[in-house]
Ligand binder design. Structure first.
Ligand code: NAP
Length: 268
């Protein structure tokens, strides 16, 4: 048991890493996981104060959480992140590949390579490398060799964040983002089948228009309100509503669900 666990006086069922857990959907997911008794690794890129607020809230309720800086697009950061989890928290049982970015509205014929590379580096490569490290720790394939001290690998679950944009295409605004999420969907199916017999389930959630800072970061803070007429339920979604879907897919209640996609998009 490490300092964070001992301080809380509990032995949680295992750790879930949420990339981009400091704000928006990731933050709501961290808080819900904390309430369900998981130790939570709250990853963030730059906003330390936001990550600390989430950690403090989980700990104040008696849970176990740790803020861990790391840019998922940088392999060295991801390695450091997972090593910190190995050292400081109970064994990993889940990964939420949530960290993601959009960019300013832009047609494909005006996109420079730096923008496209950043979009894929964070949204796609980051998810691949985090999943690679999670599978190395959670797979029951060679449980004999691994994690003997920690009681053996127990399997686990991965949830990837796709987007309704993967199917809608993002025309005129962010085809690069939509295509990156399309890659995440193929990745979800392929990885799910690859590790299905090793105790790991891999699924994806497809949020629609959710009220978070991501729209302002893409230069269109008013986007949720503008989109309401196009949403069958005639409203935007909340980060808490997406977190419920993510946490269900991570849980044993979803024990026969893998390579699946859950739309949380108000019917869009
Ligand atoms: P958000 O409010 O903008 O929050 C993004 C989070 O990701 C922050 O915690 C941020 O950390 C972190 N992050 C950004 N770049 C990172 C990097 N390179 N490495 C590690 N962390 C990084 O986003 P959100 O709306 O909650 O979106 C979460 C996920 O849902 C994304 O994958 C997004 O594509 C997807 N999604 C969102 C919507 C929506 O309408 N909101 C719809 C469909 C899909 P810092 O604060 O430190 O920068």
């Amino acid at each position: 048991m490490n300092d964070a666990t001992a301080a809380a006086g509990v032995q949680p069922p295992g750790t879930v890493l949420v990339t981009g857990g400091s704000r928006g959907i990731g933050a709501a997911t961290c808080l819900l996981l904390g309430r369900r008794g998981h130790a939570v690794a709250v990853n963030y890129a730059s906003d330390r104060a936001a990550a600390d607020r989430i950690v403090d809230e989980i700990r104040a309720a008696g849970g176990v959480a740790l803020a861990l800086q790391g840019d998922v697009a940088r392999e060295a950061d991801v390695m450091r992140l997972f090593e910190a989890i190995d050292r400081e928290l109970p064994p990993l049982v889940g990964l939420v590949n949530n960290a993601g970015v959009i960019d300013q509205p832009c047609r494909v014929d005006a996109m420079d390579v730096a923008r496209i590379e950043r979009m894929f580096a964070i949204n796609v490569v980051g998810s691949f490398v985090c999943a690679r490290e999670a599978v190395r720790r959670m797979s029951t394939r060679d449980a004999e060799q691994r994690w003997r001290a920690a009681g053996g690998a127990r399997g686990g679950a991965i949830v990837n964040l796709s987007s309704a944009a993967a199917h809608l295409g993002g025309s005129g605004q962010y085809v690069d983002y939509a295509a990156a999420k399309g890659a995440i969907e193929t990745f979800t199916i392929g990885l799910a089948k690859e590790v299905a017999a090793e105790g790991i389930r891999v699924n994806a959630v497809r949020p629609g228009i959710i009220e978070t800072d991501i729209h302002a970061s893409g230069g269109v803070p008013d986007r949720p309100r503008q989109m309401v007429p196009m949403i069958p339920m005639q409203r935007t979604g909340s980060a808490d509503e997406v977190a419920e879907a993510i946490v269900w897919l991570l849980s044993d209640a979803a024990s026969y669900t893998t390579a699946a996609f859950l739309d949380v998009s108000g019917g869009r």
